[in-house]
Design a protein around this ligand. Structure first.
Ligand SMILES: [Zn+2]
Ligand SMILES: [Zn+2]
Length: 193
């Protein structure tokens, strides 16, 4: 049983149930869904009962890792989200929810407002945590803000030093400039014809 499944009875006790769970991506990823950049997630907050409903109020802190968009080295990013989820006793009405379209993508606007459901004696926060981390996933990954990326010519990681391409280019430029100084009347288009 997932560590994010809780007996409803726990939520019903006075003050609710304190949640503090560190889960891996695999703990929360639904079956048949592709891996994401999420590596682990820290779920903390309080699960409490309000009449027939349940409420989870807390923080979802996702740790993501993906190759840097510029240099392809591993880039990590953490995103923290405050959430308040209300769960009605289920079952979830069929076809009335638009949480996922055919592509399996969630609509962020609808999601923040929507009612969630739980059924039976337990509640599984896993799918909700997953959804939240997918929505919050960073679009851009940089190993650092100042990442210089790869040389488009030779692929050298420019964070680790300059490559020869850059230097040869500089040499050519300065060489041409020097030539022009020597021969001011040299037609500049000559080489291209
Ligand atoms: Zn980088
Ligand atoms: Zn290069």
């Amino acid at each position: 049983m997932s560590r994010l499944v809780f007996p409803v009875a726990l939520a019903a006790q006075s003050g609710g149930h304190r949640v503090d769970v560190e889960a891996s991506e695999r703990d929360v990823r639904p079956q048949g869904v592709n891996e994401s950049a999420l590596r682990s997630v820290h779920v903390s907050g309080t699960l409490s009962a309000m009449d027939q409903d349940l409420m989870f109020r807390g923080t979802i802190e996702g740790d993501y890792e993906q190759p840097c968009d510029r240099c392809l080295e591993a880039a990590r990013k953490s995103v923290e989200q405050e959430v308040v989820w209300i769960f009605n006793p289920g079952p979830e009405p069929a076809q009335t929810q638009t949480a996922g379209d055919e592509d399996g993508e969630f609509d962020a606007d609808l999601d923040s407002e929507r009612v969630r459901y739980f059924e039976g004696d337990t509640i599984d926060l896993g799918p909700h945590v997953w959804e939240e981390t997918v929505l919050a996933a960073p679009v851009k990954f940089y190993c650092r803000e100042s990442c210089r990326g790869l040389c488009p010519t030779c692929g050298t990681n420019l964070n680790e030093g300059a490559c020869k391409c850059a230097r040869e280019e500089d040499v050519n430029h300065s060489g041409l400039a020097a030539l022009k100084d020597l021969f001011p009347n040299l037609p500049s288009e000559a080489k291209e014809e």
